[in-house]
Design a protein around this ligand. Structure first.
Ligand code: COA
Length: 264
């Protein structure tokens, strides 16, 4: 793994933890941080040696913030062209995380504001500490979300609630985020990482080829009509029947033992 200044990547078995490590600026996303995050996820997707992880946890360093947004100091002097390039950079990162062939779990340990909320939304799902706070406060700065917030938040919580959060810039608690379906589970702060790890271990023990297919089917099917989306699912389902993992998974069931998936 290339040396990174703001991103820490730790690997333990089939689970990797990616930590955004810029706590003095509440892990704000400068273009350098976004670039390093992209590099980290790219290297996890295409490792130069060894196997790729089967689950990745994304979290923030320090007790206060997951990510307190895009770097406002850096954005304050951007031209429209630079802003477009920055938004494109954020969108490429979101797309990489969403299409990665492993599950990406957000462990939101504190503020997830603006780009922080958008980064969490590009993860497969979100677990949060009871100290977490979420918002899309960009309108306070005279701009709108630029890393997918107007799109992924609508898809996650519905258009009415997304409009309310984006137009008011209101900050909501972890419990409120749970109630509206933005986060899947809330844990006491000291339990967040162990509990997220439990789920990461659980998904990492499943068939990796199947998990990647499920990710693709959900992502690509979400914006299609049901007939086409189900066609897509059927195609993904069928392809799995030529894999070693499918043969092993079903053989293990018949032999009443635990499957040993190879990711092939
Ligand atoms: N961009 C750049 N720097 C940021 C930042 C951001 N989004 N969020 C926090 N920081 C920096 C602060 O400028 C400060 O740096 P300094 O110590 O060099 O002055 C440091 O992080 C600590 O933040 P501070 O504001 O002192 O902490 P706080 O506890 O008083 O307030 C927040 C916490 C999250 C409420 C406040 O930092 C905030 O409102 N941040 C911006 C949130 C935002 O609008 N995000 C969306 C951007 S599109």
């Amino acid at each position: 793994m290339t040396e990174l200044e703001y991103i820490k990547v730790e690997r333990d078995g089939f689970v990797a933890t990616v930590t955004i490590n810029r706590p003095d600026k509440l892990n704000a996303l400068s273009s350098q941080v976004v670039k390093e995050l992209h590099l980290a996820f790219h290297q996890l997707c295409f490792p130069s040696e060894g196997e790729r992880p089967r689950a990745v946890i994304l979290t923030g360093a320090g007790e206060k913030a997951f990510v307190a947004g895009a770097d406002i100091a850096e954005m304050s002097t951007m031209t429209s062209a630079q802003a477009k390039a920055f938004a494109d950079q954020g969108h490429r990162l979101g797309a990489l995380m969403e299409t990665a062939p492993f599950v990406v779990l957000a462990a939101v340990n504190g503020f997830a504001l603006g780009g922080g909320c958008e980064l969490a939304l590009a993860c497969d799902f979100i677990y949060a500490s009871d100290k977490a706070k979420f918002s899309q406060p960009e309108v306070n700065l005279g701009v709108i979300p630029g890393f997918g917030g107007t799109q992924r938040l609508v898809r996650r919580i519905g258009v009415g609630l997304a409009r309310e959060l984006i137009y008011t810039g209101d900050m909501i608690s972890a419990d409120e985020a749970l109630r509206i379906g933005l986060v899947n589970k809330v844990f006491p702060a000291d339990q967040l990482l162990p509990k997220t790890r439990e789920t990461a271990d659980k998904v990492a023990a499943k068939g990796p080829v199947a998990i990647a297919a499920a990710k693709r089917a959900i992502l690509r099917g979400m914006d299609q009509d049901l007939v086409n989306a189900n066609e897509l699912e059927a195609a993904e389902f069928a392809v799995l029947f030529g894999t070693e993992d499918q043969a092993e998974g079903m053989k293990a069931f018949v032999e009443k033992r635990k499957a040993e998936f190879k990711g092939r």
